[in-house]
Design a protein around this ligand. Structure first.
Ligand SMILES: [Zn+2]
Length: 633
């Protein structure tokens, strides 16, 4: 992609013919049998005797092996005269075609991956494929289309035969639409894979985030229309993004949402019913590998959400929270890596991928910005924001920084040993970004933030131009000053642990490994209340109070059922503790009925670990730098 203009100019000079070369795909979503779709392709002409048609081993953003070729069946190649050409499959993804200079057409069937039980390399659902006749087709295009070796930049036309009334939602440019066919075009294979398509009956809501037209397209297995509901839930966060990024780098954006039906399982998780014998093992199997979440693309993102029922007690499992928990993060990927990336992403090698070492930038900064946006838009209070970052510091403690630098983990993240640590891009990666932000503010005397630097580099590079993998730090240093180099040498490339207080002091934040904090007593904390308690099944349901002593202070009784999440619901408002002496309503189940128990708030000194707090007496400069940090000036 980096050399696109040069490549185009060269092809015009060499041959008029080459410019006319393109792929024309025909996808028959009208005749689906056994969750399989037939694909036909008129190929560009090939001059070599032998060629390879590749399906991706990996696609960008997943940092895991997909092996889409495993789900391709009946791959056949044809010469111009209609005769079959010899094809040999090599490995999971490559079809080697003999007499390729005769090649005119290929056909194959795509079997869907989402419902398959595979032991190794199960595809993360948001990157997966699903095919159901007269219901939905989830087209992550790496699973539907491949490419002939060396033709990643060839134009592609796609014609999808579809049931009447169906609509393909995607960020791909549409070239025609009739009742039974919808056509798209892609400039390159990169663009095709970057634009998933959801084919289903339309359920869409459109809105603007500054200059960007956003389409939210949903499919819910239960048949419920969801797009307006999700839009309503996302509105506040989208306004936060609009405030954070006054000019967005894309004209249009598509949220593609697939809602799967787990209502039957939700009742068990929520302890509304006991699992039947024979249900427990499938339940564990299903959820141990279930990939609820999302995958980002240049101007879209695809969500796979699990509907456990609208009345789930566990808030994180609410559909709305699954959506809002991911959406800001995914949307912010338009900045990194999609608008700022190294050559390993810009010229992604689907067959033999080379992973970039800069996951701290692509995932860490994105996750950090997703939180910072909430602070700057007033969705998070300062306390709530610091709490979120404290949580990340705590989770990041488990990262083996002394033996595995962050860049080493990133560059090798397809290997098992490193992949195990990948999860830390979301915690430790985000902490790095916070520290980097503070360091930049300090080194520029409050003139620049991390956002300013990244947006400057984004303007310099953008979607189609890659930075050199090894030059990134130089680019940052050029924007900020030489004092920044040691940040990368020590923490990102090196094996030193971060010095949190030292880095955060500039913005008036102090870190304590262990702190004593005044906070409301939790009525079910057995160290702070005279009760005995038994943990609920799976740790997220209700716990039963087994006995109550004479010093019980909150009004709990033996046999009451309580959930751990009830504390935050009752004792926190907008992330901040309610004041001592106030009365809160605490949710319990008594005699089988849900009720709100009024409790007078009592404070106690409590231990907190990995605690971030505001300095008690910040200097004028620290106050000013915090304001810059929090977007208040
Ligand atoms: Zn991400």
């Amino acid at each position: 992609m980096k050399n696109k203009i040069i490549v185009l100019a060269a092809s015009i000079c060499i041959s008029q013919n080459l410019f006319a070369q393109k792929y024309t795909y025909s996808v028959d979503a009208l005749n689906i049998t056994n969750d399989k779709i037939k694909v036909e392709c008129t190929t560009p002409s090939v001059s070599a005797n032998t060629t390879v048609y590749h399906f991706p081993k990996v696609v960008p953003g997943t940092y895991a092996i997909e092996d889409y070729g495993k789900y391709i069946e009946g791959f056949t190649a044809f010469a111009k005269d209609g005769k079959e050409l010899a094809v040999k499959k090599e490995g999971n993804n490559d079809f080697i075609i003999s007499n390729a200079n005769m090649l005119a057409k290929i056909t194959y069937y795509v079997n869907d991956a989402m419902d398959k039980h595979v032991k190794k390399n199960k595809i993360f659902e948001p990157a997966s494929t699903n095919i159901e006749a007269n219901s939905n087709v989830v087209m992550n295009n790496g699973g539907f289309f491949g490419y002939l070796e060396g033709t990643e930049n060839t134009n592609i036309a796609i014609h999808i035969k579809k049931p009447s009334g169906f609509f393909g939602a995607t960020s791909l440019p549409q070239t025609s639409f009739t009742d039974n066919q919808q056509s798209f075009e892609a400039q390159s294979y990169y663009q095709l894979v970057d634009c998933p398509i959801l084919l289903a009956k339309p359920d869409t809501t459109k809105f603007y985030v500054n200059n960007t037209l956003v389409t939210l397209a949903c499919f819910d297995r239960s048949g419920k229309a969801r797009s307006a509901y999700f839009y309503n839930e996302l509105k506040r966060d989208m306004n936060g993004i609009a405030q954070f990024l006054p000019k967005l780098p894309v004209d249009n954006y598509t949220f593609i949402v697939f809602v799967d039906d787990f209502v039957k399982w939700g009742a068990i998780i929520d302890q509304k019913r006991k699992p039947k014998i024979g249900e427990i093992i499938p339940l564990i199997k299903k959820f141990s590998k279930l990939g609820v979440g999302a995958l980002e693309h240049g101007n879209s993102s695809l969500y796979y959400l699990a509907n456990f029922g609208d009345s789930m007690k566990t808030k994180d499992l609410h559909l709305a929270n699954q959506m809002t928990g991911a959406a800001i993060h995914e949307f912010m990927h338009i900045i990194t890596p999609l608008g700022l990336h190294s050559q390993h992403i810009g010229n992604f090698n689907y067959a033999k991928p080379i992973m970039s070492k800069h996951l701290w930038l692509y995932e860490g900064c994105t996750e950090y910005f997703a939180n910072l946006i909430k602070l700057q838009a007033g969705i998070f209070t300062k306390e709530k924001f610091l709490q979120e970052m404290s949580g990340k510091i705590k989770a990041a403690d488990k990262y083996p920084y002394a033996t595995m630098s962050f860049t080493k983990m990133s560059a090798n993240c397809l290997e098992k040993e490193y992949n195990k640590q990948y999860i830390h891009v979301y915690d430790r990666g985000a902490v790095y970004a916070m520290l980097l932000d503070a360091r930049i503010i300090k080194l520029t005397n409050g003139k620049k933030t991390l956002k300013d630097v990244i947006l400057a580099l984004n303007a310099k590079y953008g979607k189609t131009k890659s930075f050199e993998e090894d030059n990134l730090y130089k680019e940052f240093v050029a924007e900020v000053g030489s004092g920044l180099q040691s940040f990368f040498d020590d923490y990102i490339e090196g094996n030193k642990n971060y010095r949190l207080s030292e880095e955060l002091e500039a913005i008036g934040i102090v870190y304590q490994e262990e702190a004593e904090v005044d906070a409301p007593r939790n009525p079910i904390n057995t160290a702070l209340n005279d009760i005995e308690i038994k943990d609920g099944a799976m740790g997220i349901g209700n716990s039963k109070i087994q006995s109550v002593g004479p010093n019980e202070w909150a009004g709990l009784k033996k046999g009451d059922k309580v959930a751990a999440s009830a504390y935050a619901d009752a004792f926190k408002k907008e992330g901040q503790y309610v004041a001592e002496g106030e009365t809160v309503n605490y949710k319990i189940i008594r005699d089988g009925k849900e009720m709100l128990l009024p409790i007078k708030v009592k404070y106690a000194k409590q231990k907190k670990y990995d605690y971030l707090a505001s300095l008690e007496k910040p200097s004028e400069q620290q106050v000013a730098y915090w304001k810059k940090y929090a977007g208040e000036q």
